[in-house]
Design a protein around this ligand. Structure first.
Ligand code: UDP
Length: 195
């Protein structure tokens, strides 16, 4: 699909239904893929952070999260069909997960938040398999234990909520070792879900 370069970040020109299909295809492909949800803050941060810029430009999908991104693309002369917010994309994927039999892992946010989000998700999406949770506050020496926890849970979808740019850098660095079909940096999504 078409990409739009906003401050040298290639953002995919996709609408929500297309983004969902792409994620489903990436989960079926079973090669570790990484998805970013690019709002204006992330794009401006990447403009000042070469490693974040590199990571975003090597992501399998960068969705236009936020009115600023959609506006900038249109301003650059490329019709961005609609905003694809990370939170909304996540909810669509969770809603489909019971039927498609996708296993989900919640990683990130303050201690207790992912557990609460899991309980909420299980009520909202009956039959969903949240196969693991882990908070996002850890020391470098705990990293291997976290990677092992995620690997051993065998999720199809990893939601990483460590904030920007930590989540993007962490996912990119550990993508091959994690070997999860699809990982998405979701920012404050677990906080919102936990309520
Ligand atoms: N967070 C975390 N570990 C950290 C720093 C932040 O798990 O070391 C979590 C934080 O608790 C929050 C999320 O990352 O749940 C960041 O949310 P925010 O809305 O600030 O995300 P951003 O605006 O960066 O996308």
């Amino acid at each position: 699909q078409k990409k739009v370069a906003i401050l040298d970040i290639n953002v995919d020109s996709v609408k929500m239904t297309e983004a969902i299909d792409i994620v489903e295809n990436l989960m079926a492909a079973q090669k570790p893929a990484f998805i970013a949800t690019a709002n204006a803050e992330m794009i401006m941060m990447a403009d000042q952070d070469e490693s974040l810029k590199y990571i975003l430009n090597h992501a399998d999908l960068v969705v236009p999260d936020g009115a600023g991104t959609v506006w900038a693309a249109r301003h650059l002369g490329v019709a961005m069909p609609e905003r694809v917010a990370g939170y909304d994309l996540t909810q669509h994927l969770l809603a489909r997960a019971p039927q498609t039999n996708r296993r989900v892992f919640f990683f990130g946010s303050a201690p207790g938040v992912a557990d609460k989000a899991k309980i909420k998700a299980e009520a909202e999406y009956p039959g969903i398999q949240i196969v693991g949770v882990r908070d996002g506050y850890f020391k470098k020496e705990q990293e291997q234990e976290i990677i092992d926890q995620i690997k051993n849970a065998h999720p199809d979808l990893l939601l990483a909520a460590l904030g920007v740019p930590k989540q993007e850098k962490w996912l990119y660095e550990h993508l091959q070792e994690l070997n999860v079909p699809v990982s998405i940096g979701v920012g404050g999504t677990l906080d919102v879900m936990a309520g």
